[in-house]
Design a protein around this ligand. Structure first.
Ligand SMILES: C[S@@+](CC[C@H](N)C(=O)[O-])C[C@H]1O[C@@H](n2cnc3c(N)ncnc32)[C@H](O)[C@@H]1O
Length: 215
């Protein structure tokens, strides 16, 4: 150090480097622990879900969509005991986002809250209890990712209520679209003919997930 005036700058630089690298290593260690904990939970419970929960493969589809598109403001309709919520929250832990998840059944919601808490994912989930028919209309948004998995005969109405609150480039996804039901048929017809959306169907499981990208 030739110039003694540069000493304070030198030490500030060293201090800053120390803080930055310690923050970084803390974050990556935390993420590694979280990843291992969540992955283990998902693997162990893969065949244990009993409350109309999505299959593992479909959870992975939701996870990949969120992470690869860096989605941050998510909405889930139909929490149940939280299998899809775990996948969505885990993805949002990577993008720094949050999901609002709606459920009408208090007992199921309680179980979902416990699952999310024990995994350390609570910061990424906002649980709401009540009738999604009303709650969806009242939500402000905007959202960039929506997963619809509650009452199928209301799918079209959920979509209509969410459409103005979905960002361009965002995705509206819906579960069980390979199921035979009047509600699903009407929804698929509606979404396939909507000029502002491009829709495909993921068949990772026999349930099927429609994925509608807002142009
Ligand atoms: C297919 S399950 C959701 C499964 C969940 N996504 C998972 O993978 O773990 C559908 C859930 O939607 C809830 N539900 C049905 N109608 C609803 C409504 N009008 N408002 C809120 N929740 C509703 C049901 O109680 C049920 O728990």
């Amino acid at each position: 150090m030739k110039n003694k005036n540069s000493l304070p700058y030198f030490f500030s630089f060293i201090l800053l480097m120390g803080i930055t690298s310690s923050c970084y290593s803390q974050t990556s260690t935390d993420n590694k622990e979280l990843d291992e904990r969540v992955q283990q939970f998902l693997d162990e419970n893969r065949r244990q879900w009993r409350d109309l929960n999505i299959p593992y493969e479909d959870g992975k589809v939701l996870f990949d969509l969120i992470v690869s598109n860096n989605y941050q403001s998510a909405l889930e309709i139909g929490t149940s005991t939280g299998h899809s919520t775990v996948w969505i929250a885990w993805a949002l832990s990577k993008t720094g986002g949050k999901v609002i998840t709606l459920e009408i059944d208090e007992k199921r919601q309680k179980e979902a809250i416990i699952n999310i808490q024990k995994l350390g994912l609570s910061a990424y989930v906002d649980f709401r209890l009540g009738d999604a028919h009303q709650m969806v209309k009242e939500l402000k948004g905007p959202f960039d990712f929506v997963f619809s998995d509650a009452d199928k005969n209301w799918y079209v109405q959920y979509f209509k209520d969410i459409h103005p609150k979905l960002k361009k480039g965002g995705r509206f996804t819906a579960h069980n679209v390979l199921m035979y039901s009047g509600g699903i048929r009407d929804f698929m017809e509606y979404i396939n003919n909507h000029p502002e959306y491009q829709t495909s169907v993921d068949r990772s499981s026999s349930s099927g997930i429609s994925i509608s990208w807002k142009k």
